[in-house]
Design a protein around this ligand. Structure first.
Ligand SMILES: Cc1cc2nc3c(=O)[nH]c(=O)nc-3n(C[C@H](O)[C@H](O)[C@H](O)COP(=O)(O)OP(=O)(O)OC[C@H]3O[C@@H](n4cnc5c(N)ncnc54)[C@H](O)[C@@H]3O)c2cc1C
Length: 480
């Protein structure tokens, strides 16, 4: 019989490792079981390596337009795909090592292997059999490995994997998921991206900038379906202006391999079919929770459509078993996973944290131009019965945006007309993924238009547009 813990977390992704650190801070004897990489999808195959790839694309884009900034770049400007991917993998590896350091510093035990809950209070760990994530580094030799571990509280943080459409199974060669799209041997000349959520759009933006002819196919009438339709519409216009082709209200029904890649059969909402050929196809139709083979069924833990059912504190229907992060449902975002984990262990400790409020989780897409949002869209606010006031401010009216050479974009704010409460903010344009947090804080503080109007924003910054958008909602906009 191996060690006994107060809290044992299955999965060392952002949800799992942050839960572990907070748990240790609270004085719990804590362990994390991880079968492949500390940092999970986020650090190794998600948030971080995509942002490294997108940074290379962004710089490449600027290098192609030096004259816009009065600069001269002479000689050949090109892309070295292997070096771009190597940089991205290096960024992941650096951060992944950092997680190991943080866990050690906080005296969290790391157990290497695949965990199964054998009964309430007990976890069995065996050597990792099958790797979904295609380990990038050999699994480090941990002090702890296979064995049986006791724990008063078991937190399932096993994350998610790509959702696969029947008949369009990834083959790793021509049909990719985000795993293959992250580490290509070369960049394709033509690409179909199936699905226009954040993952699909970020890859579309990256590969388009790197020179591929990209077509995004989305079954719903709107790209970026969770975003405010006005913002998604502006994003579409920008993407199309850049040369990305977009087919909405269209699904991929079949993919056939050809000598040069593949041919996809598309069907639009009226049932009309057409074909589209490309070198590669990225399947980005969402993710599904890793709920299988961890003992949940045997214990009677309730799951629903690929996720574990939890309350606002990560508690499942079985006492002593908790779930957080992607495996506990949408929005499947790293910051949501981390926050849920903290709430979960603080509740275990009896600290009475606020339950998870999913209405105030920001979402960011790091395409070109960026998109960021929090709270209700205009449509949803109306559907929820709010009488609303809407403010808008375009990038073209902002001095910093013009100085940066980034005049395209919009900041939109939505207020409850009765109370003045900020209930939604939606942005498109340069650096909006950095700006959105200002409105997230405002919403968490239940801020009204009065405090926001009274707030002084520094000049010249893009953030001034946030102020102007609020002013616009109340008929007081200055620079428009
Ligand atoms: C391409 C891409 C881009 C993304 N970009 C962003 C972004 O910009 N911002 C954002 O917020 N989110 C982004 N995400 C989503 C983000 O990566 C996830 O929401 C986040 O990683 C979820 O964290 P998690 O801890 O719940 O799960 P994961 O990160 O999936 O970690 C789960 C861990 O559990 C381990 N595990 C699973 N089963 C077992 C077992 N039985 N035993 C032991 N270990 C096990 C896995 O090996 C894994 O390390 C992106 C995702 C992708 C794919």
């Amino acid at each position: 019989m191996a060690a006994a813990y107060d809290v044992l977390i299955i999965g060392g992704g952002p949800g799992g490792y942050v839960t572990a650190i907070r748990s240790a801070q609270l004085g719990f004897k804590t362990a994390v079981v991880e079968r492949e990489h500390l940092g999970g999808i986020c650090l190794n195959w998600g948030c971080i390596p995509t942002k490294a790839l997108l940074r290379s694309a962004e710089i490449y884009h600027y290098l192609q337009h030096p004259k816009d900034y009065g600069l001269i770049v002479e000689g050949k400007i090109g892309v070295d795909p292997a070096a771009v991917v190597k940089r991205s993998r290096g960024v992941s590896a650096q951060l992944n090592g950092g997680v190991g350091f943080l866990l050690k510093k906080n005296k969290v035990d790391v157990i290497w292997g695949e965990a199964t809950i054998t009964k309430v209070g007990e976890v069995s760990v065996t050597a990792t059999k099958k790797s979904i994530m295609q380990p990038q580094n050999p699994v480090p030799k941990g002090i702890l490995g296979e064995g049986t571990y006791q724990a008063k509280h078991i937190v399932v943080a096993t994350g998610a994997r790509p959702r696969i459409l029947p008949g369009i199974e990834p083959d790793g060669k021509n049909i990719w998921t985000y795993f293959e799209a992250m580490v290509p041997e070369s960049f394709p000349k033509s690409l179909i991206v199936m699905g226009s959520g954040a993952i699909g759009i970020e890859f579309a933006s990256f590969y388009h900038t790197m020179g591929a002819e990209v077509t995004v196919v989305e079954v719903l009438p709107q790209i970026m379906p969770v975003e405010d339709p006005e913002i998604a519409g502006l994003a579409r216009k920008q993407f199309e202006k850049q040369g990305i082709k977009i087919r909405t209200g269209t699904k991929v029904t079949k993919v056939e391999k050809t000598a040069s890649g593949l041919t996809a059969t598309l069907e639009d909402s009226k049932g009309a079919t057409s074909t589209l050929s490309a070198e590669k196809l990225i399947s980005a139709v969402g993710v599904t929770g890793n709920i299988e083979n961890i003992g949940l069924e045997k214990l009677g833990v309730k799951t629903e459509r690929g996720i574990v059912v939890v309350d606002g504190f990560g508690r499942t229907n079985v006492a002593g078993i908790y779930a957080i992060g992607d495996v506990a449902g949408p929005p499947m975002l790293a910051h949501k996973a981390e926050h849920e984990g903290v709430i979960c262990v603080e509740a275990i400790k009896g600290l009475h944290p606020h339950p998870m409020d999913k209405s105030m989780i920001p979402g960011c897409t790091y395409c070109q131009p960026q998109v960021a949002s929090v709270g209700l869209t205009e449509e949803k606010a109306k559907a929820a019965g709010y009488e609303i006031k809407v403010g808008r401010f375009p990038f073209v009216g902002n001095g910093k945006a013009i100085a940066l050479g980034e005049p395209d974009g919009l900041i939109k704010t939505i207020f409850d007309a009765k109370t003045g409460k900020l209930i939604g903010a939606h942005m498109i344009g340069a650096e909006v993924t950095e700006l959105i947090q200002g409105f997230v804080i405002a919403m968490n503080l239940e801020t009204t238009e009065e405090e926001l109007i009274h707030t002084v924003f520094p000049h010249p910054t893009l953030s001034e547009m946030m102020h102007e958008s609020v002013l616009d909602a109340y008929g007081r906009v200055i620079h428009m």
